[in-house]
Design a protein around this ligand. Structure first.
Ligand SMILES: *[C@@H]1O[C@H](CO)[C@@H](O)[C@H](O)[C@H]1NC(C)=O
Length: 184
């Protein structure tokens, strides 16, 4: 019975990591990493814990680009404010073996899912797991500062499905403190 040890192994990993319930977060069908490569403009952030996306919150970020590395990792570059200044940083999403899904460590374990990908937009779901509980951050990014109607529809549908209230979504397009490659 060669399959038994593997079964036990995966059960053990599942318990240790408190796996994500993927049924709540379907990835974009036919996802290919090349679709999300390049420059991005962050439009909206929503969360089950509003404090993390408010000014000074740990998920208040302006994604600037995604690069796909040879090993399959995605290098996600973003700006955030630190002591009033825009600082560039990046994190490395590691593929999970399931297309459109990555993990990375940041204040616990994060599951990153590319939920919807269009020509000019992407909807990203981040699910953070740590001992004190879970939180969800849903992000809408576009290729240009111009609004994307399809992107907005996909984002609204996704935040609704994830139980994120309209009042817990911030629009960063009008943020006077927004960071970009050219901000001070
Ligand atoms: C990730 O991207 C940033 C800038 O876009 C770069 O500075 C950094 O070296 C990259 N990291 C890796 C490991 O490729």
């Amino acid at each position: 019975m060669p399959t038994l040890p593997l079964l036990f192994l995966s059960l053990g990993l599942g318990l240790a990591r408190a796996q994500q319930d993927e049924s709540q977060v379907p990835a974009q069908p036919g996802f290919h990493p090349k679709q999300v490569e390049g420059f991005w403009y962050t439009r909206q952030l929503g969360s089950t814990d509003r404090s993390v996306i408010e000014e000074g919150g740990s998920y208040r970020c302006y994604m600037s680009s995604i690069r796909v590395l040879d090993n399959g990792n995605v290098n996600v570059t973003y700006f955030h404010r630190q002591n009033g200044r825009c600082v560039e940083d990046f994190y490395m999403g590691e593929p999970t073996g399931s297309p459109g899904r990555y993990t990375f460590q940041y204040e616990g374990l994060n599951y990153l899912t590319f939920v919807a990908v269009g020509d000019d937009f992407v909807v990203i779901d981040l699910e953070n797991h740590k001992d004190s509980g879970q939180l969800i951050v849903a992000e809408l990014h576009s290729r240009t500062p111009l609004a994307s109607e399809l992107g907005q529809q996909a984002y609204d549908g996704h935040t609704h499905r994830r139980g994120i209230q309209p009042g817990d979504i911030v629009d960063l397009t009008a943020d006077p403190a927004r960071c970009s490659a050219s901000s001070p």
